[in-house]
Design a protein around this ligand. Structure first.
Ligand SMILES: [Zn+2]
Length: 299
């Protein structure tokens, strides 16, 4: 204020105008521009999105959000200019125009900004009635602790994020059989409503070889109450696939697998109506339709 009183208010306000008009051009650097590309089979409930970002300067860090969820972004190479991440559209999402918002920091200290608007279309899912052993609908008291322990273990697994991007190659079918129940079916077990079907059921006789659908690291290979003998693979960047109701498990936690490697044999362990493979896919703890991993991207 000493300086202001000496130079007078007129000079002070002229300086403010100069800063407002000229300052952004020569004083403050413009933000780094981010080009956002989205690969998806469809912009509909239950569908995953792969987001690829090209920055016009190297970045140190990049964060993104879509439909109020954070997207875990990883550098796709050492240049710092190519980043990718996976998001998804929740099963109960209403049609909406929503924007992927990106904000990061460049290695030269500038801010990086980008956005891409997407139109989410409507999709509804049919209902199915299933009859299973009563202990899978009303679990007896003696298994409650086991169920809680397994739920906590799964939450821990799905909370992890390997700091590398999932593979860009399409995934492979874990078994050749046709679909017997689609992802997202609204389900009643013994007449009681339960969570929508979080995966895809594929026809597989007892003992059919089950293959890893993509490369990654086995993070769980054990018997769980609902999904029976189960294998979960972490593909990096928060993308996981799951293989359930196996009669036999042929991998152990920590194993590195390639697409097509044998992980076990199909069966009918856990909450089932008969032998089949339940194939699941998740981004973090949110399930999406695994069949989307097999499809070529649209845009
Ligand atoms: Zn299933």
């Amino acid at each position: 204020m000493v300086a202001l009183s000496r130079i007078g208010p007129t000079v002070f306000f002229c300086s403010l105008i100069w800063l407002a008009l000229i300052g952004p051009a020569c004083g403050q650097a413009p933000p780094v521009r981010l080009e956002v590309r989205v690969d998806a089979r469809a912009l509909a409930p239950g569908e995953p999105l792969r987001i690829r970002v090209v920055a016009d300067a190297p970045l140190d860090a990049l964060g993104a959000t879509f439909l109020d969820e954070a997207i875990y972004m990883t550098a796709a190479d050492a240049s710092g200019q190519h980043w990718s991440g996976w998001s998804m559209i929740g099963l109960d999402q209403e049609p909406v125009v929503a924007s992927i918002e990106l904000r990061g920091s460049a290695r030269d200290g500038r801010e990086a900004l980008g956005a891409r608007a997407l139109t989410v279309i409507e999709k509804t899912f049919p209902e199915e009635n299933l009859t299973v052993a009563p202990r899978f609908v009303e679990p007896p008291p003696e298994v409650q602790e086991r169920i809680a322990r397994e739920r906590a273990k799964l939450a821990d697994i799905y909370g992890r994020r390997e700091p590398y991007a999932p593979p860009v190659e399409p995934f492979v079918r874990p078994v050749p059989g046709i679909k017997t129940s689609i992802f997202g079916m609204r389900r009643l077990f013994n007449g009681q409503p339960r969570s929508p079907h979080p995966g895809l059921d594929l026809r597989a006789e007892e003992g059919t070889p089950v293959h890893a659908s993509g490369p990654g690291r086995v993070v769980l290979a054990e018997d769980l109450y609902y999904s029976g003998n189960t294998v979960i693979i972490d593909h990096g960047g928060g993308l996981f696939t799951l293989y359930a109701h196996l009669s036999e498990i042929n991998v152990t936690a920590g194993d590195q697998v390639s697409a097509g490697d044998l992980v076990g044999l199909s069966g009918s362990t856990g909450r089932v109506t008969g032998p089949h493979l339940h194939w699941g896919a998740k981004i973090g703890d949110r399930p999406f339709d695994p069949e989307a991993l097999l499809a070529p991207v649209l845009f």
